[in-house]
Design a protein around this ligand. Structure first.
Ligand SMILES: *Cc1c(COP(=O)(O)O)cnc(C)c1O
Length: 250
């Protein structure tokens, strides 16, 4: 898309440390360029498709949270990596209600909440597990049918409807930008998410918790930071290209 090609295939802990450093430096530079504190943006490594044995090297290099888009894959990793009790799991892809029980068992964050029914199912399962979950409402800012998420105009209603669900901690909003090389279009998606969050923040009971904007991936995280991202979800920029390298699409 824009500036970040996939990293070279990382094979050792040193390779991962190098790639993490490189992405972290770009995050800090983008924050500074936007007049923001360097520690105002969290790097969420996206580990989908990366097998647990390779992940152990990345974890040794400093990865503490695994971003996964498929619940079953994340669940398998949580079992394979059960000897690492401090590891956190963030589910970043759409979730079917019949899989909510798995998320309730091991996940710490869920970035793709898009319905009250799903929220209610998560609440019940979390009660059973005596756990809580940080959630982000996903917003479709691209208008693309292939992307999930609510329209911006629908977000406040869901944010208010889930307030009685005490096992869900609403932390903010998440979006994926349009798949294009046009930076103005990409930035427009991120700006829409920030403006949506500003509106919603005035309507929630706990605005002090509703602080996060999860937006930006390997190809566009610097643009997202310029528009206010507080969490960037980066996979290929750390782990190397997945199967068919999208190489910038340009
Ligand atoms: C895969 C994925 C990412 C990361 O994409 P990269 O191109 O690997 O950085 C971010 N967000 C979501 C929701 C994803 O599914």
């Amino acid at each position: 898309m824009t500036s970040q090609p996939a990293a070279e295939h990382a094979a050792t802990t040193e390779d991962f440390a190098h790639n993490l450093d490189a992405v972290q430096s770009k995050i800090e530079a983008a924050a500074l360029a936007a007049g923001r504190p360097v520690d105002s943006v969290r790097l969420l490594p996206v580990t989908k498709t990366i097998p647990s044995e390779r992940l152990r090297l990345a974890i040794a290099a400093g990865v503490t949270t695994l971003g996964e888009n498929k619940v079953q894959e994340a669940q398998a990793k949580s079992e394979e990596l059960a000897d690492l009790p401090d590891l956190r799991y963030a589910i970043i892809g759409p979730l079917q209600r019949n899989k909510a029980k798995f998320v309730a068992r091991f996940a710490h964050e869920f970035h793709a909440l898009d319905s009250l029914r799903l929220a209610e199912t998560l609440q019940r399962q979390l009660e059973d597990q005596d756990r809580s979950l940080e959630v982000y409402i996903q917003v479709n800012t691209s208008g693309e049918d292939t992307k999930s998420g609510l329209q911006a105009s629908e977000v406040a209603e869901l944010a208010q409807a889930i307030e009685p669900l005490d096992r869900l901690v609403l932390r903010g909003l998440m979006t994926m930008a349009t798949n294009t090389t046009d930076e103005q279009v990409i930035r427009g998606c991120f700006r829409e998410l920030r403006q949506c969050a500003e509106q919603v923040r005035q309507k929630v009971s706990h605005p002090e918790l509703f602080t996060e904007l999860s937006m930006g991936m390997s190809g566009d995280f610097e643009l997202a930071i310029a528009e206010g991202a507080t969490v960037v979800r980066v996979g290929q920029g750390i782990f190397g290209a997945r199967q068919h390298p999208p190489r910038n699409n340009a």
